[in-house]
Design a protein around this ligand. Structure first.
Ligand code: GLU
Length: 464
């Protein structure tokens, strides 16, 4: 049996976007599931718009998502000679020809056709002229004059194209460079790609590519065209609908496993399942589950997915990721054990690591740098309450264990003694140790802060 080979061929003219990452994921999964090969090919023939920076960014994003490739990156810009050898072969076999028509002449042909109510096409003027090479001459493919190109799309089923929809399209520019259709077909064939799974914005290219495969005597791969991703307003997804670059989601505190779980559902389904780990995807993914209709990018669902993976994530890893984010955004580097104690307090509260970092920011201050909510201080830290806090501080100092149970017992005893209600002290204490009126459970928070920080904050609050 032939090995399954899939590929992801981004053009490095922009960052890895949501749609590209989804296509890469489908190809990755299908290859992995079948002990196949997943290839990365950088389609950088548009030298003016392609940059090394974007190539690096795309590769970084793939690493972040864990979409490891087995081969590549190949660079189309380094393979021009290969493409040209095949163009020459097509010329030799008579499947292609030189054309001396100027761009203006071709425009005119198209205009004439349009005026006659026909499809604007090159009219085949040089098709039978048997011209040789010369300045300004392009090479065109001899598209058959009659018949249909038919293929069975993995996702959409049988698709037929009348060849009359096509003209003798250019395969080599006058400057000697092969055009995209040629490069893709030569690469996919040379790399042994068996399944071309790509966005349906490329569906119109497929008939031309099939003709090229046939003319060069290559076996045809299977094609699958994945419907587009739309925004909630049902228009093609764009920046208006949220970040389109995958790595922006990293910066916003999304987990790669959440991105994968969310991305795979944009165009693929497995019963009513909504959440998938990579292990589950490797088991459950199938080409049959790819849907025919466009999917809608939904931030709420992505947030819900991310919340799930934060809730169920391994604490040590989340702590490391939180640490990275803090380092990148605030230049602070808290100790891993401290982060590991903080993370569980937020796993059910934060939708993203960024939210977690924001909500937990008070943990990373010293008593002196901690920002206090002035209004809350004025309202809650009354002279009477300050008196209670001072007593509690001295009791906390004397506690043998500084854990939430001991703290809770200490507070209960104090409330009993004074006849105060928990409510009367809870918010003032919260303000004293966090600077604000929202935080996770009071005693858990104190335990994680530890005795030293908690007492320093009590002292500080008493001076405000
Ligand atoms: N380079 C093309 C793109 O980025 C992909 C072409 C293909 O999948 O065949 O859209």
């Amino acid at each position: 049996m032939t090995q399954i080979v899939t590929r992801f061929p981004p053009s490095p003219t922009g960052y890895l976007h949501i749609g590209g990452a989804r296509t890469a994921l489908f190809n990755y999964l299908y290859a992995r599931q079948n002990d196949g090969k997943f290839i990365l090919r950088i389609e950088d023939t548009d030298q003016a718009r392609s940059t090394q920076e974007m190539t690096d960014a795309i590769i970084d994003a793939m690493h972040w998502l864990g979409l490891d490739f087995d081969e590549g990156p190949y660079f189309q810009s380094q393979r021009g000679d290969l493409y040209n050898r095949y163009v020459d072969k097509l010329l030799e076999t008579g499947a292609a020809y030189y054309c001396s028509c100027t761009p203006e002449e071709v425009d005119e042909m198209r205009e004439t056709a349009r005026a006659a109510g026909l499809k604007p096409k090159y009219n085949g003027k040089c098709r039978e002229q048997d011209l040789g090479p010369g300045p300004g001459r392009v090479v065109r493919f001899k598209t058959p004059l009659t018949g249909k190109v038919v293929f069975d799309d993995i996702i959409k089923g049988p698709i037929a194209w009348d060849v009359q929809e096509m003209d003798d399209f250019v395969i080599r520019r006058a400057d000697g460079s092969a055009i995209y259709q040629m490069a893709v077909v030569v690469d996919d064939a040379e790399m042994g790609v068996t399944h071309v799974i790509r966005g349906d914005d490329h569906q119109n290219n497929t008939p031309k590519q099939i003709l090229l495969y046939e003319a060069m005597g290559f076996p045809l791969p299977k094609f699958g065209h994945v419907p587009m991703i739309l925004g909630p307003d049902k228009k093609k997804m764009s920046k208006r609908h949220g970040a389109t670059s995958v790595m922006t989601y990293r910066e916003l505190g999304y987990l790669p496993e959440a991105m994968l779980s969310y991305l795979v559902r944009l165009g693929w389904s497995h019963g009513d399942d909504e959440l998938f780990t990579m292990a589950e995807l490797l088991q459950k993914f199938s080409l049959e589950g790819l849907g025919k209709s466009a999917s809608v990018f939904d931030m709420d669902k992505l947030n819900w997915t991310n919340s799930h993976f934060i809730k169920t994530g391994e604490v040590a890893r989340l702590a490391r990721l939180l640490g990275d984010l803090l380092q990148e955004t605030s230049g602070i580097a808290p100790e891993q054990p401290y982060l590991e104690a903080i993370v569980p307090l937020y796993q059910t509260r934060a939708k993203t690591l960024k939210e977690m970092a924001e909500q937990a920011a008070f943990f990373f201050h010293t008593a002196d740098t901690l920002p206090y909510d002035g209004a809350a201080v004025a309202k809650l830290l009354t002279p009477e309450i300050r008196g209670h806090l001072a007593v509690m501080a001295s009791r906390m100092e004397a506690l043998t264990a500084f854990d939430h149970k001991s703290l809770e017992d200490m507070a209960a005893a104090y409330l009993e003694e004074t006849g105060l209600k928990f409510k009367a002290l809870a918010q003032p204490i919260r303000v004293a140790i966090t600077g604000s009126t929202t935080s996770p459970g009071l005693f858990e928070t104190m335990e994680v802060l530890g005795r030293e920080r908690t007492l320093a904050r009590f002292q500080k609050a008493l001076t405000l």
